[in-house]
Write a protein that binds this ligand. Structure first.
Ligand SMILES: Cc1ncc(COP(=O)(O)O)c(C=O)c1O
Length: 487
């Protein structure tokens, strides 16, 4: 077997030279603990963590909604877990599920082409901008500019730059919305397209989007919809009807799949019929095949010889695809969970969830108004953004966020969007009860009062957790991933 391996292409060490385990590895001290100690250690670490199963997690735009256990149960079923994607039955089964989710997303977005392969929202964006570039190129155009509002998530300009196009910023209007007039001012023949998040990251609905889309289409550009906030409108509005040509959806935000610390994720891409041939692949297709009909009785198949037909499913690459962006056909485990989520709720249930998410956010917004005044508007969609009211006390948003941990609630998103200074971006989601919304309201009111009376309490928070303030810069620049023996 070993002789089949290719030649080693790195320098040989003592071990590969046949001298046994290298000296420095011979004296490792192996931790020696009983099973009970190990169990208690890990249970303790689990309790020190914050998760949506333990506490409220009102992260704006990140949408930490409940991940239903039924989705986990189905994903853990051996039928799915043990089916290899290379087996014929495996491909058919997986394609059937992928096709099922594709179909639901078509219904919800009004966009008839779907690829589930991108592994995150940001990868959906990159794939979408590659499609825009390719579409323009095939029309003989070398347009480079993608217009992006200044409220956009950082991944928007990053995806544009990665795809080789040039981001150009448009200022948000005084009501927290993108204005047609501002778009018209920069719209010319250099514009390949525009990227708009709707509702935007301030939690405000972009109601001028249809007029903006019409203007962009008129000069030959395309409209990219960042669907990260789709959970506010799913089942109510189809982005395709607003003039959106391409859109990604973050499955974890709208369909309650796990977030998973940078992956596994899924950012399906939905496009118009005209753009479907450019989609990253493979995508699932179905066809009707005729066969001799099979009657199944108590698990025994018997062929009665009559002609019949059935739907068969398989994967294909779209003919002018921008290529593969991930192995196989995306994160199948996540696709499956999202599919189960939609089956359990039904399309009406998805609509109810969106309405509830908007209602919950508006309730909390109204309740908090005297304490935390939102940066824009009198109402919101699924989230709202407030500037830190304690800046004059020398209290930073991070101090408020850390103090919330003392009260057992995870902080909202902080310092985003960038156009609101020291921002707190709050998204309660539809998962939370009225009592829990009030509990969050009380905590925030208490913290603001504390800040006004004694700012130091906040500046030195958290007080009740196993660890205090971490050096976040150092943690990012020099992360320690390994347990160090003896210290
Ligand atoms: C508005 C918006 N766009 C894009 C993204 C990127 O999505 P992902 O984190 O799945 O790559 C996010 C992520 O939170 C977002 O909030």
């Amino acid at each position: 077997m070993l002789s089949n391996l290719p030649e080693l292409d790195v320098p040989r060490d003592e071990y590969t030279q046949g001298k046994g385990v290298p000296k420095k590895r011979r004296h490792l001290t192996i931790p020696d603990h009983s099973e009970l100690e190990v169990v208690r250690h890990f249970k303790g670490l689990g309790r020190a963590n914050f998760s949506i199963d333990d506490t409220m997690y009102p992260l704006g735009s990140c949408t930490m909604k409940y991940n239903p256990k039924i989705s986990e149960e189905v994903a853990g079923n051996s039928v799915f877990k043990n089916t290899h994607p290379y087996s014929e039955a495996g491909e058919e089964l997986h394609a059937r599920i992928v096709h099922g989710l594709q179909d639901f997303l078509v219904s919800l977005t009004g966009l008839p082409g779907v690829s589930l392969t991108p592994a995150a929202g940001a990868q959906g964006e990159l794939s979408g901008v590659l499609i825009i570039r390719e579409y323009q190129r095939q029309r003989g155009s070398s347009r480079q500019v993608m217009l992006i509002p200044d409220s956009a998530h950082g991944t928007n300009p990053a995806s544009v730059a990665m795809a080789g196009l040039v981001p150009k910023t448009i200022k948000t209007g005084p009501e927290g919305r993108l204005r047609l007039a501002d778009v018209l001012e920069v719209l010319d023949e250099s514009v390949a397209g525009i990227m708009v998040t709707n509702p935007n990251t301030l939690g405000i609905f972009e109601h001028e989007l249809p007029a903006i889309a019409e203007a962009v289409h008129e000069i030959g550009g395309l409209v990219y919809g960042d669907g990260a906030n789709f959970n506010a409108i799913a089942g109510i509005i189809r982005p395709g009807d607003l003039g959106v040509d391409i859109m990604h959806i973050n499955l974890h935000k709208t369909f309650g799949t796990p977030h998973g610390g940078g992956g596994p994720g899924a950012g399906p891409l939905c496009v118009t019929r005209e753009l479907a041939p450019f989609l990253p692949g493979p995508v699932a297709v179905s066809q009707t095949v005729s066969h001799k009909s099979t009657v199944t009785e108590l698990g025994n198949d018997s062929n009665d010889g009559r002609e019949g037909s059935r739907q068969s499913f398989r994967f294909v690459m779209p003919e002018r695809s921008v290529g593969r962006v991930r192995t196989f056909y995306g994160n199948f485990g996540i696709t499956l969970r999202a599919y189960v989520y939609i089956l359990v709720h039904g399309l009406n249930g998805i609509r109810r969830n969106s309405i509830q998410a908007v209602l919950n956010a508006n309730y909390l917004r109204k309740r908090l108004q005297p304490t935390l005044s939102p940066a824009f508007g009198d109402e919101c969609m699924h989230e709202f953004v407030c500037p830190n009211p304690l800046v004059t006390q020398g209290v930073h948003t991070i101090d408020i966020a850390k103090r919330m941990l003392d009260y057992g609630i995870h902080a909202p998103t902080v310092y985003f969007p960038l156009i609101v200074k020291e921002a707190l971006m709050i998204e309660p989601t539809e998962s939370e009860s009225l009592a829990q919304l009030d509990a969050l309201g009380e905590v925030l009111e208490k913290i603001v009062k504390e800040g006004l009376e004694n700012a130091e309490t906040l500046k030195r928070a958290p007080h009740n957790l196993p660890l205090g303030r971490l050096d976040e810069l150092l943690a990012n620049k020099k992360p320690v991933y390994r347990h160090r023996l003896g210290g």
